[in-house]
Design a protein around this ligand. Sequence first.
Ligand code: DGY
Length: 323
Amino acid sequence: MKVYATRMLPQAGVDMLTAAGIPLTQFEGRQALNQDELIEICKHYDAVICAGQKLGAAFFEACPHLKCVALLSVGYDNVDLQAASHLNIPVTNTPGVLDASTAETAFLLMMATARKAFFMHQYILDGHWGFTDPTANLGIDLEGKTVGIFGLGNIGTVFAKYCKSFYQSPIIYHNRNRNIAAENLLDARYVSFEELLRESDVLSVHANLSASTRGIFNKDTFIKMKSSSIFINAARGGIHDENDLYEAIVEGQIWGAGLDVTNPEPMLPNNPLLRLPTVSILPHIGSATEGTRAAMAILAAKNIIAARDGMPLPNLVNKDALS
Ligand code: DGY
């Protein structure tokens, strides 16, 4: 089993593959490989570990020999799973190990947005910190404010738990299906999507990107939110419309936004959202802690080793792939 990784892996994953006697080659470039380049490379490997890589039908059709495509992410929205399944290629992900770090990133963005923290940091760098004006640079309070979760799964539950224990936030949520365990844990109330928009003081997105969530936060939805509300997205940038978000903030339909994900990624430095006082943006670093990234690399390595050994893959996403 020869393995290629499209990014440098955290050492814990490298060590695990090495200990299992699996040769690993890592892409050392700073520019993402395009699909054609990856196809050419993968012709010479049995399995691939992918981070932030779009894998379309053409990739799977050109590489039907792959024994495992191990994603270094929990999300798999950029992978054509149907094509992989059709060719019997197993795709795995890294669930369960990044819930806390991603929820923490959403929490950080909520606090930073409420207090205009990123903008204020820039304000100092720009030499504007002089006269203290008691009426200027005011944020909003979060204590006791209602937090609405769009997509109350594992990450959303941890985020809600942080909000509840830190700010005593009442929790409401909207999902495709009710999450009774989380309702009991958080005393959370299931609401319709319309109620979520209307009642949330902070609305935090933790849903997958899918046909039903793509662009769901847009001018028609922002206008239904409270003018004092904060929109947070640490899930996928495709779930909100960036131009509509900008307009909604500038026109005072919502207070501000915290984003760990943008559309497209990377966000261009001239994006006007970056200049707004009540906007905090991070470059998709939800899972970027040393511990989480090591755990993700270990999961990817475990899946590769299982594929080599003909064992059930611990984190198989396309369960229909292996007939
Ligand atoms: C994930 O694991 O899906 C993170 O968002 C990184 O892409």
